[in-house]
Design a protein around this ligand. Structure first.
Ligand code: 0L1
Ligand code: MG
Length: 232
């Protein structure tokens, strides 16, 4: 086990931040796998994968031109309308996404989704290698009702609401031009996608900090909504 994986796992389980630059990471995806294996050793199960940095804005911010990916586990899942426990979080943010359901290595259905990201790095500041090692900041997710994939899934309007107020608006086109591209990237990067896994395609807008007691909702035109409530 690398010292970086151990430090990231400690940051996760104690909700404390690590200072960027503290550890070298020769192979950030190998460290990421170690971090996820520690979660699996505690009884969690892989339920899918997520894509990150799928919008041009986020890629430019990190100075990269390709997506990153990480693992989703059952412990990260929050039921639609359920509670995000802020107790074990450091500085959580929410972002509006779409999720795909996998069957036979292909897309079986789509749903509106929320991702909760919570970097284990101090002040959400990190290098690309560091955020990859940190399982791409994955912390939680909500998936709404599965729907057949509409023909215009590449340009559906998306709204993120906090306590009933719209705080971000965007389009599914912000996700690699077409969120189905994110599914293809997930398949390419993960090598295999198992039946009933969830693929979180990436954010349609910037992420927004979520605080105690806040209600968070994503609305995707034609797909419906998904929601969570942060604990107080
Ligand atoms: O899901 C994401 O796009 C997050 C990727 C990591 C960068 C971040 O934490 O903002
Ligand atoms: Mg995301």
């Amino acid at each position: 086990m690398t010292s970086l994986a151990a430090a990231l796992d400690n940051a996760l389980t104690t909700a404390t931040e690590l200072a960027s630059g503290s550890f070298p990471a020769d192979d950030p995806y190998a460290v990421q796998r170690e971090v996820v294996d520690l979660r699996l050793a505690r009884g969690e199960k892989v339920v899918g994968v997520k894509l990150g940095l799928t919008s041009k804005a986020k890629m430019q911010q990190m100075g990269v031109d390709s997506v990153i990916w990480g693992w989703l586990t059952d412990a990260m899942r929050i039921e639609d309308g359920g509670v995000l426990d802020l107790g074990p979080r450091i500085h959580p943010k929410v972002e509006p996404e779409v999720a795909f359901l996998v069957r036979g290595g292909a897309i079986a259905a789509v749903a509106p989704a929320l991702e909760v990201i919570d970097s284990r790095w101090l002040d959400f500041k990190f290098t690309l290698d560091e955020v990859i090692a940190d399982n791409t900041s994955a912390a939680g997710f909500v998936v709404g009702s599965w729907q057949p994939v509409p023909a215009d899934v590449d340009d559906l309007s998306v709204q993120l609401l906090i306590d009933g107020q719209v705080v971000e608006t965007g389009s599914t086109s912000a996700i690699l031009g077409d969120p189905r591209e994110a599914f293809s990237e997930a398949l390419r990067l993960a090598g295999t996608l198992e039946d009933d896994w969830i693929v979180l395609a990436g954010a349609a807008t910037a992420a927004v900090r979520v605080g105690p007691g806040q209600s968070v909702r994503v609305e995707v035109a034609g797909l419906g909504a998904a929601a969570l409530k942060a604990s107080s």
